[in-house]
Design a binder for this molecule. Structure first.
Ligand code: ACO
Length: 182
């Protein structure tokens, strides 16, 4: 919902600040958005997506915990300050609920002539919306965003269960993931 400032000659709309997109929407390629099923929209995440169920979507992926609005907004604001590094996008349905989410994080390296690597992280599609190619579209969009930021490769970690999904997105299995949890 936007606030309307009316004058005699024109109408100017001031969107509430919590509806500001994390990054410029034009980074999401048309080649992806035009393939979305009718009624679905892909766009950069906004602080107001807290109320559209983005955390519930992430709960299909892993433990999210009890995140208060202020904590969510603080994280969003950090991303916003570094929005040449953090690119989180969402898919919303016709009822304006978030049904898919995913992130690309751009790492600026020394190797490969100060090259960039994009990490794809935290991909989730609401259980009731799986199987509609929303996950595939999220990965294609994030990959394109990664490329647009000069990345020489895009990488991700996943479980054995999801290997086939990522192969269908064009990824190939390389190396071994190691982890030390705290
Ligand atoms: N195993 C085998 N094939 C799969 C799988 C799977 N687990 N998931 C999807 N596919 C196939 C689909 O059948 C489809 O194949 P088709 O083109 O032949 O029809 C293709 O991959 C594309 O599938 P989508 O419909 O785009 O998949 P969906 O929208 O359901 O999203 C996702 C897939 C993101 C894995 C979803 O099931 C999900 O949210 N799962 C729970 C959370 C999760 O595991 N996220 C990934 C973690 S890894 C990470 O974040 C980097």
């Amino acid at each position: 919902m936007s606030t309307t400032m009316a004058s005699s000659s024109s109408v100017t709309y001031y969107p509430p600040s919590k509806e500001i997109p994390l990054f410029h929407p034009s980074l999401i390629p048309r080649s992806v958005t035009r393939e979305l099923p009718a009624g679905y929209t892909m766009r950069p995440i906004r602080a107001a997506d807290y109320d559209r169920g983005v955390l519930d979507v992430l709960r299909v992926l892993t433990t999210v915990g009890d995140i208060q609005r202020e904590e969510f907004e603080a994280q969003f604001n950090y991303w916003f300050k570094h929005n040449d590094t953090y690119f989180t996008l969402v898919i919303v349905n016709e009822f304006d609920r978030v049904v898919g989410v995913g992130s690309a994080v751009v790492e600026r390296k020394l190797i490969h002539k100060c090259g960039n690597v994009t990490h794809i992280e935290d991909i989730a599609v609401a259980r009731s919306e799986q199987g509609k190619k929303l996950g595939l579209h999220i990965i294609h969009a994030l990959t394109d965003i990664g490329k647009s930021q000069g990345a020489y490769k895009v990488i991700l970690d996943c479980s054995e269960d999801n290997v086939r999904f990522y192969e269908k997105c064009g990824f190939v299995r390389v190396g071994v993931e190691m982890s030390l949890k705290f």
